[in-house]
Structure formats: C-alpha cells, structure tokens
Design a protein around this ligand. Structure first.
Ligand code: C2O
Ligand code: CU
Length: 487
C-alpha cells in the first residue's frame, strides 16, 4: 500500500460517479513523465513522410498489473508528428488491429478524403496513405481514431497522438520550444483499471461517457517532470473520453496562456485556471524556481449539471495531475513575447451565412448521425456564423472538422479570454449557447463530408454528429444530400 498509484482512497474498483474524487496532496509522484517520442520522418524535397501502424500491445500502469492496450507504433498512444506550414505531409498508415479503425487529424485543414473520419474506415491489414499540404499556422493538433460507433473504445485502449505544426512566426522561437525539455506535450486522460488490469471500456459510464478514477498523463500514472529551465511550456490536450478538467496549480500560481486549440493567441493571457473539455487544447507557460515543486491540478468547476451528473463528468473532483520539479539550478528562459500571433477577428456583420445547431439528448437538430445523409452544405470560402445551443440538462461540446473558428459569444456575452484565438472545439455546459464564426476552406468533394459533433466520445458514438460538405458556391443548391454507401 506504499504505492499510491490508485487515485481514489476507495480503490480502483469501488468507484462511484456520485462520489467526488480528490487526490489533492495525496500522490507520491513516483514516475517520471513519459514524453511521446518524435516520429521519424523521411524528408524528400518539400514532402515529409511518416509511417504509422495501429497495433495491439500491453502496458503496465499499476504495479503488478498488465493492461492490454493499443498504440500507434508502440504499446500505448503514438509518436508526436511534427511538420511545418507549407510542407506536404505523406502518411503511410497500416491497421494491424483485429478490427477496422479510422485515423483522423483533429484540427487539421485538409481535403475530406484525407480527413480520416468515419468514411475512411481502414480494414484489418489494410494500408491507407493520405497526403496533404499544411496550410495553417503553428498549433498543437492531435490524431485519434474515428470509426463510427467505436471511437470511445479505440481511444480508451490507447490510440491517440500529437501532431505539432510549426511556422516561421518568430514568437515560436521565443517561447520555450525544445521538445521534451522545456516544451512538453501533455495528453491528460482518465481510466478505470479493473482488478485483472484491463481498462473499463463498455460499462459504468457516467452521463457523459467513461469517467475514470486513474489519471494518465502521456500514459504515466502519478507523473513528475524534472524542470531544468526557469519556465516551461505545457501543451495540454484533454484526450479523455468524457472528463472535463479545470487546470490550475495547487498553489494558485499564475501562468501565461499562449495558445488555444488551433494556434497562438494574439497576446499572452495571464491567469490561474484553464478549463478543457474533451478534444480541447491549451498551451501555457509557467515559471518554476530552482528546487521548487509545482503541482498541476484540476479543480472543481460548475458544469451546470446536477451534483451526481457533474461528478460523472469530473465537475466536483480535485485531481493532482503532474508535479513539476525544479532542478537545483535552472537555465533562464526568454520572456514570453508580448505579441504572439497576428490574426484578424472575423466580422459577424460580414457573415455570408448563419446557421443554428441545437444539441439535445444525443442528437443534433433532432437527428442522430446517418452516414448516408449530408446535413449541411456550405459554400467554399464562405464566412459562416453558427449558433450552437445546448438545450440539454447535461454538458456537451462541439467540434468542427477542417475548420478553425473564433468564439464570438457565450450565453449572450463576450467570451472569457481563454476562449480567444482559433478554436476547433468549444465546451457547452448544460443549457448554454456559443456563437462561433469561421471561414470555410476551398471546396473538396461534394460526395464526401466532414463531421461536426460532440467530442464526448460516447456521445459521438451514439450519433451526436452531423455531416457537412464544402462545395463550389454556385453548386450549394444542387449538391448531393445523400451519399451512396457501399455495403
Ligand atoms: Cu477529434 Cu471528429 O474529432
Ligand atoms: Cu455530448
């Protein structure tokens, strides 16, 4: 019992979604944080090629317990892919899993055939080779499976990885940028580990999906990170199925938020909390003094659900996530630049189209996902304002493929600063409304849709998802509304 890898004082198996979980100050920080390796790339001319294989394996999270897991090029999670704006990316992906999967590039702007959504299902033993040119700014993106109905199970078993985009914005060089040293990717996930070591997958869900009692950061239980520089940049990804975090530090120290989902903010935002729902990212820079310990924590937050439901989504929990350990001497870091990324705020008045999406139950606009139905057809290049209303008494969120958007209104008000910049996923507490604005990309294929959906993976699996195509502006009215499905 000297091991405190198990978070709940009641142990792994007695977890009830109604009991708030707290590990504040209780963990003994035994495991060095694992850093996902950078994927090896083959570069020829302007093309950067990566090879990924989804495979089965096993991992040890709790002492003496073997957990069957899935990973990309390994046992659990996947390597970090990294490419620069303007480069062409070529992926060779092989599915060595016992069942079909799909590989989606979350936050990426790319043709629908490369998107890796539910229509690009890859059979066992098959290889898929998407290729596209990076047309967006520096950002912390990620990749994960997207097979319709199976996404929660595939991600829970371990499939996910980072995809970092670099660009020539000089701010990128001034921010901490040495991967694994002062620039640290953190995928924060929760699991429940059964007595026999297996992950809980298909049972005991909260209203939002699987909410576990064991936190994994980059696949590490109770992790600590030695810090050798005076500030460290944390690229935080909520890679959980359903748990909603509210990140801060145990001593409430301030940090500077420098990026949201899809890129750097215009200027750093100083704060003490950053809430992230599944799929969302934030980059923060925090100072750690020599010899000091700083604990990244997730604090309770108001999800506007009932207590029992809120606990189910983690809303009442206080969880210690990662201990930063300042070395005896630290190398001074550069100050965070006052100007980060220059981007224009999209003008609501200039919108070409406005649409409404209502989330309720497990449906969007009263419909459950139908892969043969195209719900929305948008014109290439159009500036669109989408009002996303969560009418439900439960929390959801909303993610749009192939798009980056700005949140221009939350519940009729100016959004909080942490929602600034380019986002691709927005959290919607129970009975809340977000207004987002985005510029659609050029047209791709009128027969091949992109997705918008709740990113709570179980909700997505249950069909809380819709499909949209991007077509030539003069073909919006005539573009297909149905897709012929083979088999
Ligand atoms: Cu991160 Cu449609 O997904
Ligand atoms: Cu949902």
């Amino acid at each position: 019992a000297a091991s405190t890898a198990v978070l709940s004082s009641t142990g792994c198996t007695a977890f009830s979604t109604r009991d708030p979980l707290t590990t504040a100050g209780k963990l003994s920080w035994r495991n060095p944080l694992q850093i996902p390796p950078l994927a090896e790339a083959t570069v020829s001319g302007n093309t950067r090629a990566f090879t990924l294989t989804a495979q089965t394996g096993s991992s040890t999270f709790l002492p003496g317990k073997t957990t069957p897991t899935w990973g990309y090029n390994g046992n659990f999670l996947g390597p970090t892919l990294r490419a620069s704006a303007g480069e062409k990316v070529a992926i060779t992906f092989t599915n060595s899993l016992p069942e079909p999967t799909a590989l989606h590039w979350h936050g990426m702007q790319l043709p629908a055939a490369m998107d890796g959504g539910p229509h690009q299902l890859i059979d066992t033993g098959a290889t898929w080779s998407p290729t596209w040119t990076i047309t967006q700014d520096a950002a912390t993106l990620w990749y994960h499976p997207h097979p319709h109905g199976q996404t929660e199970a595939h991600v829970t078993r371990g499939l996910a990885g980072f995809f970092l985009i670099d660009d020539d914005n000089p701010a990128g060089e001034q921010l901490p940028h040495e991967y694994g040293v002062d620039d640290i990717p953190l995928v924060v996930q929760d699991r429940t580990i059964e007595k026999d070591g297996t992950f809980t997958i298909d049972k005991n869900r909260a209203v939002t999906g699987l909410v576990g009692n064991t936190i994994l950061v980059n696949g590490t239980v109770t992790p600590y990170l030695p810090v050798t520089t005076s500030t460290v940049r944390l690229r935080i990804l909520n890679g959980s199925s359903a748990r909603i975090y509210n990140f801060g530090f145990a001593d409430d120290r301030e940090f500077q938020q420098v990026a949201t989902d899809n890129g750097l903010l215009a200027k750093p935002l100083t704060g003490t909390r950053i809430p992230l729902s599944p799929g969302e990212r934030a980059e923060i820079v925090v100072a750690v003094a020599a010899g000091e310990k700083a604990v990244l924590r997730s604090y309770p937050q108001d999800l506007r659900m009932t207590i029992a439901q809120g606990n189910g989504a983690g809303g009442a929990d206080t969880l210690d996530i990662l201990e930063l350990r300042g070395a005896a001497t630290v190398v001074p870091s550069l100050a965070v630049p006052a100007a980060l990324a220059a981007y224009t705020r999209l003008d609501r008045e200039a919108a070409d189209e406005t649409r409404g999406f209502e989330l309720n139950g497990r449906q969007i606009n009263g419909k459950t996902m139908d892969m043969s139905r195209i719900d929305t057809v948008v014109a290439a290049g159009a500036c669109e304002v989408w009002t996303v209303k969560n009418s439900h008494a439960q929390a959801h969120n909303f993610h749009v493929h192939n798009a980056r958007f700005q949140v221009i209104e939350m519940d009729g008000k100016q959004p909080e600063g942490y929602l600034d910049g380019w986002k691709d996923t927005v959290f919607l507490p129970a009975r809340s409304t977000a207004v987002i604005i985005m510029k659609m990309s050029s047209y791709t294929d009128p027969n091949l849709p992109y997705m918008y959906h709740c990113h709570m993976l179980w909700h997505e699996d249950l069909g809380m998802m819709g499909q949209f195509t991007i077509v030539k502006p003069d073909e919006v009215d005539t573009a297909p509304r149905t897709i012929e499905m083979s088999e």
